[in-house]
Each structure stands twice: as structure tokens, then as C-alpha cells.
Design a protein around this ligand. Structure first.
Ligand code: ARG
Length: 463
């Protein structure tokens, strides 16, 4: 049988393989709330403009509400032969209210319908993800305040560089998440115009009110060009780019969790809640959640790539290629949401091994820069010369197999006679971090102030 929605000129139905490649209901059913909201707004506008009878609009609205609850409660029978969410809803509407259902599609097309639905869906998902990122930031800021003075090694090249505080390290991720939220907010602001009423591609001859439907759906206004409205998916690309960058941030932290929980490193512990065992090696505690966050980044970046390729070279206006935007985007944003939640869970769960962190911060001559700075400040040595002298002192300490703060003063004096006992004031890891009070630096008092600033901001936005 030919399709009842568009089959007027078709004598036979599609080949099975045609139906299989054409159908999108398996994933675009996710858009049912948005599809129904947009249809209700459209029907109400049609009645307001005298394009359909008020009585028909009422029947349509009532029928759509019924469908919303049918889908919500799992009673709705989605049909592959009806292709997509739009036609599944409309066909059910016809069953429920009869011929008035056929008036709903006046002055619109599935092209503006799907563009509208998907903008609404992406907008809602951005709002969810923003909330999850806010929870993640809150967890990080709380732990940062708790560990504002917990000393750990800071790394460059994954080599011990200078002591920092654990709180400072956590706050770095709060800052990244803030920019991620900002990028998503930018994408949200730019996607928030309504394609509805652009119809197939050229607009319509009916006297529709596009501003009215835009307002009903909380858009800022109608999109000004009907060709653009139905055929661009830059809002998908932009949201996925922001999502990809956010995932990359999460995966960097996830990688640190994997490294830090390794027995070789042992800077933090995750509890039983966030580790798994091995089926063969009874001693294992694997940081699977962190590994999966690291891996899920591949999905998000992969879908961004996929969609860039789908859109590349597509002529105006609507092309069926664009139907491929939903499956991956839905999956990618789900993966991101799950990853953020898992990271928030691990941030709340992780326990720093405070003694191990402090010892590791002191190992590897992490206060060598403090010694060089002392030579500059106290002996007025040029920094380059101080760097050289310090290098020789570090080499001597290494020969004697001692940390800098346990190297006897006369050993230092053999290299630089003007060094005094006062130098030991700067060689401890605590002194090192406390001294780094420049704006953005790791000193516990800075970290405390920054953590409190974030907590206040986050608590305010959360109401
Ligand atoms: N399922 C389609 C999509 O996701 C809806 C639009 C179909 N439009 C058309 N002219 N076939 O893109």
C-alpha cells in the first residue's frame, strides 16, 4: 500500500529496503514532546488567523494532548512504515479525531516541522547539560575549599614541576566548565529563532503569523529566510562543537584520575562506589568510570565530525541527508550528560592520599624554583645565574640522595658562599605554595577565595 500521508501519486508502496533506509522513527521518537508542542502552537495560530475553524483547532489540541500522554505512558504504537515522529503523531491524530486532523498540516511542511522540533529538542538538552555542569562545578568548588591547603605535586610534561594545592587543581576544572557552559549558552542563543512557517522551503500563501508561533514556543522570533530556516543545521554543529570541547575537558580529568589511582602513583583513592573488580585478579580496583568518560569523548567528537561531513556540500534547501542529524546528536549529548554525572560522582567520592601527595610534592626537587627566586630576591642575582646555581645545588643534592630542604647548608655554600640559613624558609613545599599569592596563583588563601567566589556564584544561580 502506498503511504497515506503522501502517497497520492504512488501506485505501490516502497520496497522493504526503501522503508528500512528511509525510516527515522527509531530515534526521532525522542522529539515527541517538541513535535506535539509545535503542532499545538501551529494549530492555535491557524485558528487565530481564521485559516482553520476554532472548533477544529480545539479538537486538534485535545487529540495532541491525548497522544502526548499515550507516548509518555508507553502506550503509543510507533510504526516504521509511517517513517518519522511527525507522521506517526499525525496518523494517530486522524484515528483519534477524524478528518479535522487533516487540517493541521496546512501552511507547514515536515521540513520546517523537523527544523523546529530539533531546535527545541537541542535547546532543552543544552539546558539539562548546563544544569549538570553546574552540579559538577559545585562538587569541584566544595572539594577545592576543603583541600585549599592540601599540597600536591604540580606537573609539566608529567614530571614533578612545582608544588600546588589539590584545591587549585580542582578549580582549574571549574574554570573550564564555566567556559563550556558559556559556549553552550552561545549556541543556545543563536539557535533560538523559529523555522516554523517556512513551510517546505519558500514560505506559504496562507496569512500565517510566524511571530505568534515563535512566541508560543519561547523562540526569540521567526527566522527571516525560509530557505535558511529549513536547511541549516549549524545549531547542531555548534552545539556538538561545544559538547566536544566539554568532553575533551572531562577526558583530561578522567585521564588524571586513571593516573592518580594507579598504585604506581597513588595520589587519590576512589571508593568501591566508583571502582570495579577484575574477574581474575582479586586485588584489582579499576577506575572504569573514568576510563569510560575518557572513551566517550570519542563518540562526541565522532558525531561532530559525522555531522560536518553530512552538511558539507549540501545544496539549499532541505535534503534528506539531514535526517542523519538526530541519531548521532542524541547519542552524543546523552554520552556527554552521562559523563558529566559520572565525573561529579567521582569528584565527590575521591579521597586524596594527603601524605603521599605531600611527599610526592617534595620529591623531584619541586622547590628548586623557590631556591632560585630566593637567590634573586635575597642576593640580587640575575635570574639566569640563579637558575644555573640552583641547578648545581640540585645536582649535588641528587648525588647525596637528599631532598633540597635536607641538604646541609655548607654543601650549598660550596656552590654559592653567600647563601645563608634563611634559605631553608623557602624550601618546604608548604612555604612554596603559600608564597604563590600572585592573582591566579596556588597559595591556599587564593584558592580559598576563589572556591568561595565560585560557591557563591553557583549557589546564587541555583537559587
Ligand atoms: N524525518 C525527516 C527528517 O528528519 C523529516 C523531514 C522530511 N521531509 C521530507 N521532505 N521528506 O529530516
Amino acid at each position: 500500500m502506498s503511504n497515506t500521508m503522501w502517497g497520492g501519486r504512488f501506485a505501490s508502496g516502497p520496497a522493504a529496503i526503501m522503508e528500512k533506509i528511509n525510516t527515522s522513527i527509531d530515534f526521532d521518537w525522542h522529539l515527541y514532546r517538541q513535535d506535539i508542542a509545535a503542532s499545538k502552537a501551529h494549530a492555535e495560530m491557524l485558528a487565530e488567523q481564521g485559516i482553520i475553524a476554532a472548533d477544529d483547532a480545539r479538537k486538534i489540541a485535545h487529540g495532541l494532548d491525548t497522544i502526548l500522554s499515550e507516548i509518555g505512558s508507553g502506550k503509543f504504537q510507533f510504526k516504521r512504515e509511517l517513517e518519522d515522529i511527525h507522521m506517526n503523531v499525525e496518523a494517530r491524530l486522524a484515528e483519534l479525531i477524524g478528518s479535522a486532523a487533516g487540517r493541521l498540516h496546512t501552511a507547514r511542511s515536515r521540513n520546517d516541522q523537523v527544523a523546529t522540533d530539533f531546535r527545541l529538542w537541542v535547546r532543552a538538552r543544552i539546558d539539562d547539560i548546563d544544569g549538570l555542569l553546574s552540579d559538577y562545578q559545585l562538587a569541584l568548588a566544595e572539594r577545592a575549599l576543603e583541600h585549599a591547603a592540601t599540597v600536591m605535586p604540580g606537573f609539566t610534561h608529567l614530571q614533578t614541576a612545582q608544588p600546588v594545592t589539590f584545591g587549585h587543581h580542582l578549580l582549574a576544572y571549574v574554570e573550564m566548565a564555566a567556559r563550556d557552559r558559556n559556549r553552550l549558552a552561545g549556541a543556545r542563543a543563536r539557535l533560538n529563532d523559529s523555522p516554523l512557517g517556512a513551510a517546505a522551503l519558500a514560505g506559504t500563501s496562507f496569512p500565517i503569523d510566524r511571530a505568534m508561533t515563535a512566541e508560543a514556543l519561547d523562540f526569540d522570533g521567526p527566522m527571516a529566510n525560509s530557505l535558511d530556516a529549513v536547511s541549516d543545521r549549524d545549531f547542531v554543529l555548534e552545539t556538538l562543537s561545544a559538547a566536544a570541547i566539554a568532553s575533551i575537558h572531562l577526558s583530561r580529568f578522567a585521564e588524571e584520575i586513571v593516573i592518580w589511582t594507579s598504585p604506581l602513583v597513588g595520589l587519590i583513592k576512589l571508593s568501591d562506589k566508583f571502582t570495579t573488580g577484575s574477574s581474575i585478579m582479586p586485588q584489582k580496583r579499576n577506575p572504569d568510570a573514568a576510563e569510560l568518560v575518557r572513551a566517550k569523548t570519542g563518540r562526541v567528537v565522532g558525531v561532530l565530525n559525522q555531522m560536518l561531513m553530512v552538511m558539507k556540500g549540501l545544496p539549499l534547501a532541505y535534503q534528506k541527508d539531514m535526517q542523519e542529524d538526530k541519531e548521532g546528536t542524541i547519542d552524543a549529548l546523552d554520552a556527554l550528560a552521562l559523563s558529566i554525572d559520572a565525573m561529579t560522582g567521582m569528584v565527590r567520592d575521591m579521597q586524596p592520599e594527603v601524605t603521599r601527595m605531600r611527599d610526592a610534592a617534595g620529591a623531584g626537587y619541586a622547590t628548586a624554583t623557590d631556591l632560585a627566586d630566593w637567590l634573586v630576591r635575597t642576593l640580587k642575582m640575575p635570574f639566569r645565574e640563579a637558575h644555573h646555581v640552583t641547578g648545581r645545588i640540585v645536582a649535588r643534592a641528587a648525588e647525596l640522595n637528599r631532598p633540597l630542604h635536607q641538604l646541609p647548608l655548607d654543601e650549598m655554600k660550596k656552590i654559592e658562599p653567600k647563601i645563608t640559613q634563611a634559605v631553608f624558609d623557602v624550601l618546604s613545599v608548604e612555604r612554596s605554595v603559600t608564597s604563590r599569592t600572585s592573582y591566579g596563583g596556588t597559595a591556599p588563601k587564593n584558592v580559598r577565595a576563589q572556591a568561595k567566589r565560585w560557591l557563591k556564584l553557583l549557589e546564587r544561580e541555583r537559587g
